[in-house]
Design a protein around this ligand. Structure first.
Ligand SMILES: Nc1ncnc2c1ncn2[C@@H]1O[C@H](COP(=O)(O)OP(=O)(O)OP(=O)(O)O)[C@@H](O)[C@H]1O
Ligand SMILES: [Mg+2]
Length: 322
């Protein structure tokens, strides 16, 4: 059975340091990133998981006068308070059990460059006080040391929590909140970026085509329809991963519905890819087309892109009653 292909919409893909988009919702974001990059202002990037916060932080660094300086990044949620302190500010020999040698922290390693604090809302109140001092006085004291060291570091933070709420819950210092979000940037969800689900699908297809083990040149219409209907809670990361998976498990030049994860395709939730055959899929496709057209075979055949005679034959084959 011939597949109906999605007619590709060609819109101009904009690219800011790897942040790809066709969405008008991102125009303002690009503008602000370019303006703010010239300054040393602390930036807080907000957005749901997978919306590209780290990518945006890197773009800020690369577009800034600090671009030739170091870039350092840390996820504040994954370390204990003590470990984070030593990671950020370093420690002297003997500062705590196990501190057998002096260690440089990220503020030292990022000197004259930028430091990215991911999930900044998770920092303990103790480390918040330390961080506030660096941002205010550009000085910090390594763990166990007495002498303050100066730091010339641009701080970019990210969070998917509202800091204001954290302040109200007593979990985040208000003064620090103002310091780290001198500029606030917000990344919209993938579903709120008009045109991006399709445009990024083609973009990632082009990217994976480069790997050379499969070349996708078309997308089945129902595949794109399912993708456009899906909510994408994991945003751009989820889209990229879904396509990477499809490249790996499927074959041929057409991206097919069955190659997408079940939560997106809505099929095969109870069947694994391997036990789900092309035949099963064809049967489902026919049933769906008949349902869409109130059982009118001429219209269903047209939707499927096959002749009426072929539809009749296939219905017989699949024992679909007339
Ligand atoms: N606009 C975009 N164009 C191309 N790739 C993108 C875009 N936005 C994000 N990505 C890619 O999606 C993935 C997730 O991006 P990133 O790690 O920056 O998200 P995040 O907001 O930091 O997510 P999390 O909150 O889960 O840490 C990365 O592989 C990134 O390169
Ligand atoms: Mg991130």
């Amino acid at each position: 059975m011939s597949l109906k292909l999605w007619k590709r919409t060609d819109s101009e893909l904009k690219n800011l340091q790897g942040i790809m988009t066709v969405a008008p919702e991102m125009t303002e974001f690009f503008k602000i990133v370019c303006r703010v990059a010239r300054t040393d202002a602390s930036v807080l990037i907000r957005g749901e998981t997978g919306t590209g916060k780290e990518l945006a932080a890197r773009a800020l660094h690369r577009l800034s006068p600090r671009r030739d300086g170091p870039w350092q990044a840390i996820n504040c949620a994954t370390l204990t308070s003590e470990m984070l302190a030593s990671e950020l500010f370093g420690h002297i020999k003997g500062a705590f059990t196990g501190a057998i040698a002096e260690r440089k922290g990220l503020f030292a390693l990022a000197n004259k460059g930028s430091l990215f604090l991911d999930e900044v809302a998770e920092i303990s109140l103790e480390n918040q006080a330390r961080l506030l001092r660096v941002l205010q006085e550009r000085m910090y004291v390594p763990v166990g040391a007495t002498q303050a060291i100066s730091a010339d570091v641009r701080v970019i933070s990210a969070t998917n929590k509202g800091l204001r709420e954290e302040v109200e819950r007593g979990k985040f210092r208000e003064d620090l909140m103002y310091r780290i979000r001198v500029v606030k940037l917000f990344l919209p969800r993938l579903v709120d970026r008009a045109g991006d689900i399709e445009a990024l699908t083609w973009h990632f297809i082009d990217e994976f085509n480069q790997q050379g083990f499969r070349e996708i040149t078309g997308v089945e219409r129902e595949t794109m329809e399912a993708m456009l209907e899906y909510e994408w809670p994991g945003n751009i990361r989820e889209l990229r991963n879904a396509l990477e998976g499809a490249f790996a498990i499927g074959e041929g030049p057409v991206l097919k519905l069955i190659e997408l994860p079940p939560e997106i395709s809505g099929i095969g939730v109870y069947k694994s890819f391997s036990s789900y055959t092309e035949k099963d899929l064809e049967r489902e496709r026919i049933l769906k087309a008949l349902e869409n057209n109130n059982g009118k075979k001429a219209l269903a055949a047209e939707e499927l892109g096959i002749s009426r005679a072929t539809l009749w034959r296939k219905m017989r084959e699949h024992r679909i009653s007339k």
